[in-house]
Write a protein that binds this ligand. Structure first.
Ligand code: TPP
Length: 373
């Protein structure tokens, strides 16, 4: 295992002390450490991080570090191939990549394909890499830097540390906000207000898992819910596609603040298309709770102003269960697109399960239900 402190100190000696990225649970020690001890920007999405890192390099000539879960590789393909690649501007970046879905290690379905192609993708993009795992030592990683990486970086190429499960020693910073309502409780309260005909598209991470468990506990089946297990940031677009072609059904998007920020352009499209049956709910902990709880910039902005100026018809907010229970009857009778911000704390149950049905079963049940079979 590698001590993140030792790694970061080593990088700092080389003037590598700028970090930017999107947090990942497998990288949580690393992300927590740089958040507490370094110049660190938590980006809206991974492509955004590559852009910021490139800007940093242009003004300092120093080498930035971009961290991401491998599910974010898709978001960096464009800036890696058309901005930082040696055939274009040749901007060196060190990537630290959490390897979910690593072949041979059990993981969730959304990680399988990305896990299988992670190293190939890096090769295709000409990013040289080392894989670190539980057995790896700092000296091995240091050797890779000295003998492989530094030459590459100094000639304008990017490199990657691909991080298997358990490769970093534990490091944890406490996270909290002032809210009392849990996301799980808020999801349960909202779900209790829905009719049997209402359809839900829930976002990536623990929101979908909490919704799944609540349906299970209530014996409601899962046909009303499309769980966006991967594809972070796209649940509102999926919900928009559904809402536009099913104007007679109410479509609820259960979103997260990190997910909304990741692909915020979707808000403008929803506001512009104005589906009357679109109900957008953001469970707002201003954090990436599902992957360790580091902050998003949601607390620095006024989301209600943003959605209003995007063209949403109505906007509501609730900060505790009483307010939520009071607002919900009006909210669900409103003309969409309508937005509800619910402030929630940064926590989740330790024993929270994962969907026991497969994505294909989920899709089939959902399609049956929405097509009225
Ligand atoms: C493209 C991409 N990047 C990163 C991740 C890892 N990831 C899964 S859930 C999550 C945090 C989601 O944050 P938010 O939407 O605020 O919901 P919360 O977990 O706080 O409820 C992240 C970063 C991912 N699945 N996909």
């Amino acid at each position: 295992m590698i001590d993140v402190n030792e790694l970061v100190e080593y990088l700092k000696e080389k003037q590598i002390d700028f970090f930017c990225g999107v947090p990942d649970s497998q990288l949580s020690s690393f992300c927590d450490f740089v958040e507490e001890n370094c110049e660190n920007i938590i980006a809206a999405n991974e492509g955004n991080a590559v852009g910021i890192a490139s800007g940093y390099h242009l003004t300092t000539n120093n080498i930035p570090v971009v961290y991401l879960q491998n599910s974010g590789l898709g978001n960096i393909v464009n800036p890696v191939t058309s901005l930082t690649h040696p055939l274009v501007y040749s901007i060196p970046i060190i990537y630290v990549i959490g390897w979910r879905g690593q072949p041979g290690i059990h993981d969730e379905p959304q990680h399988k394909k990305q896990g299988a192609i992670t190293l190939d993708l890096l090769e295709l993009m000409d990013i040289e890499y080392v894989v670190i795992n539980k057995e790896s030592t700092f000296d091995e990683l240091k050797d890779a830097f000295e003998n492989q990486f530094m030459n590459k970086l100094n000639s304008g190429n990017s490199v990657a540390i691909v991080v298997s499960k358990g490769a970093f020693e534990d490091y944890n910073i406490p996270k909290s906000n002032d809210n009392k309502l849990t996301r799980e409780n808020a999801i349960q309260i909202v779900t209790d207000f829905l009719d049997n005909d209402d359809m839900v598209v829930s976002t990536t991470g623990k929101s979908s898992r909490e919704l799944f468990e609540y349906r299970e506990a209530n014996n409601q089946g899962h046909g009303n819910d499309f769980l966006t297990v991967g594809s972070m940031g796209h649940s509102s677009s999926i919900a928009l596609g559904i809402a536009l072609s099913n104007p007679n059904k109410r479509i609820f998007c259960f979103d997260g603040d990190g997910a909304i920020l990741m692909h915020m352009g979707s808000l403008a499209l929803i506001g512009s298309k104005k589906p009357k049956n679109f109900f957008h709910i953001m469970f707002n902990n201003s954090a990436h709770e599902s992957v360790g709880g580091l902050p998003t910039v949601m607390s620095d902005m006024n989301i209600t102003d943003v959605v209003k100026s995007c063209g949403y018809e109505n906007v509501f907010t609730a900060s505790n269960s009483d307010e939520l229970n009071q607002i919900l009857p009006t909210f669900i009778q409103s003309t969409g697109p309508v937005f509800l911000n619910i402030d929630v704390d940064i926590s989740s149950r330790k024993d929270l399960g994962r969907p026991t049905t497969t994505p294909i079963e989920n899709k089939n049940d959902f399609m049956k239900k929405i097509q009225g079979e």
